[in-house]
Design a protein around this ligand. Structure first.
Ligand code: FRU
Length: 488
């Protein structure tokens, strides 16, 4: 697409253009069955995730007219249980003076009975220079969303470039705070803080003082929250170099955890950066607080600057399932699928067997969209694990290498080849005598929670719909497997 084509509003589609896209999407073999995905075009970051008036609201970045990063809307979904989602269509339409080139990412908070949506208005001038504004849109109890005429933060403070976006808002005491992803003029990434009494008038506080400097060239989508007395900053730094099993994705998403942020001094003392996910496609995570105090996370199951096989089918991207967060051992975030997802379960199959130096197909277990729990114990095999979305020519392989003490996810033979830039094998160290692999498989993705969320691997895969088999295997010894699967 040309620049002009990318920055069109949906009304500016050529006659028949949307119908053609819809028809292409309708023919795609990789449409998801229970993950949030766009009707057409590109989905990227989750936005405005909030519990409001008895329901969860979740928006996402949406470019309707193609799978490139063009004119971004906020698309609106809601749910009473985090399992079934209702499609509410467009939430925020860009194209105003302060979001002429996209309503970029942001977050939501309730105030005076209304849901306030704080987002970055992306604009470009005649010389294509970017001018970001932080804008506010307000949703009333009837679901009507109105943008304010003027931005609430209209300039970038000195010392930062035009890469200044993605406000995440929270309340502490009587004041509102937001953290914004930024790039310093020396081209290093950081997060900055603002304070407000009313969400309208914001004061620049300065940079969040972390121990990470320099750490990449831009931090996108920062999210600060407190959990069990610790402070956590989740963010997506760009520009980290791969380091053995770490940072293998083109861009990372992870967190630092420590003592709560000191809002007076902006000091945030924390431990080392850790990746949230050990898989392939995971970015721009955003969290919210549930009514019961749970911290719930969703992320884009995709990455910027990576091509996906559905690009030629008129759509790209989906969100992860919602995951609840806890802290283990004071310094590690544990992600678990929210238990509400059990509502999606249909037919159940189960098996218990010992596997010795062989590959065993589980009869009656075939599927393309399911939840599966595989517990493995008493193993002396060198390698053990499962193959899924498998056929005679395709398979996705999840295994434990007992010699290397690593969990390995291999999508080399998963199906349609993926963009080389992001690779096809991921490994992660794990010392364990018992393994629990909890999988959520959909038409074109897999999310794997290892040992109750100790590690998580998220990835898109693009198999033939006929690749449905599930197999267990061991080499160099044996293992006992207990497997339970529910169709979704
Ligand atoms: C992250 C991101 C954000 C930006 C949005 C635009 O994927 O680049 O920084 O607000 O996407 O769609």
């Amino acid at each position: 697409m040309t620049r002009e084509e990318k920055y069109r509003l949906i009304e500016q589609a050529r006659p028949g253009e949307l119908e053609k896209l819809r028809a292409q999407v309708g023919l795609s073999p990789w449409r998801q069955s229970y993950h949030i995905q766009a009707p057409t075009g590109l989905l990227n970051d989750p936005n405005g995730f909030a519990y409001y008036q008895g329901e969860y609201h979740l928006f996402y970045q949406w470019f309707p007219l193609g799978t490139e990063h063009g004119m971004k809307y906020w698309y609106h979904m809601k749910s009473s249980d985090l399992a079934a989602w209702e499609d509410l269509g467009i939430g925020i339409t860009p194209g105003g003076p302060y979001d002429s080139h996209g309503a970029y990412s942001g977050s939501a908070i309730e105030k005076d009975g209304k849901l306030n949506l704080l987002y970055t208005g992306n604009t470009r001038d005649e010389t294509w220079t970017r001018h970001p504004y932080q804008c506010l849109a307000i949703m009333d109890a009837g679901g009507r969303i109105a943008k304010l005429d003027r931005p609430v933060i209209s300039s970038v403070p000195p010392g930062y470039t035009d890469h200044f976006r993605d406000p995440k808002v929270w309340k502490s005491g009587e004041a509102y705070y937001c953290v914004i992803g930024a790039q310093r003029t020396d081209l290093t990434g950081c997060a900055v803080l603002f304070r407000s009494k009313d969400l309208l008038d914001w004061t620049f506080m300065g940079e969040m003082k972390t121990g990470l400097s320099p750490f990449g060239y831009m931090w996108e989508c920062p999210d600060y929250f407190e959990l069990n007395g610790s402070g956590v900053l989740v963010f997506s730094p760009q520009g980290l170099e791969a380091d053995e099993d770490l940072y293998n994705n083109i861009y990372q998403t992870g967190y630092v955890i420590g003592k709560p942020l000191d809002l007076a001094t902006r000091e945030f003392r924390h431990r080392a950066f850790q990746e949230l996910d050990r898989g392939f496609d995971f970015y721009a995570a955003q969290t919210t607080l549930g009514p019961d105090g749970r911290r719930i996370l969703v992320a884009w199951m995709g990455l910027p600057d990576v091509a996906y096989p559905t690009d030629t089918q008129g759509w790209s991207g989906c969100l992860t399932i919602p995951r609840q967060l806890t802290i283990r051992g004071g310094n590690k975030l544990i992600q678990q699928p929210v238990p509400e997802l059990a509502k999606l379960r249909k037919t159940r199959s189960s098996a218990e067997l010992t596997v010795t130096d062989e590959v065993v197909r589980l009869n009656g277990f075939d599927g393309t969209s399911y939840e599966l729990i595989c517990e493995i114990s008493k193993f002396d095999a060198e390698q053990l694990g499962l193959e899924f979305r498998a056929s005679d020519h395709e398979k996705t392989v999840l295994k434990y290498d007992r010699v290397l003490k690593k969990v390995i996810l291999d999508r080399t033979l998963s199906g349609r080849a993926m963009d080389e830039v992001n690779g096809n094998v991921r490994r992660c160290g794990l010392v364990a005598d018992n393994l629990k692999f909890h999988l959520f498989v959909d038409a074109s993705s897999v999310e794997i929670f290892v040992n109750d969320g100790e590690e998580v691997f998220t990835g898109r895969i693009f198999p033939d719909p006929a690749s449905k088999e599930i197999r267990l295997f061991c080499s160099g010894g044996s293992a006992e497997f207990r497997v339970c699967k529910w169709d979704i």
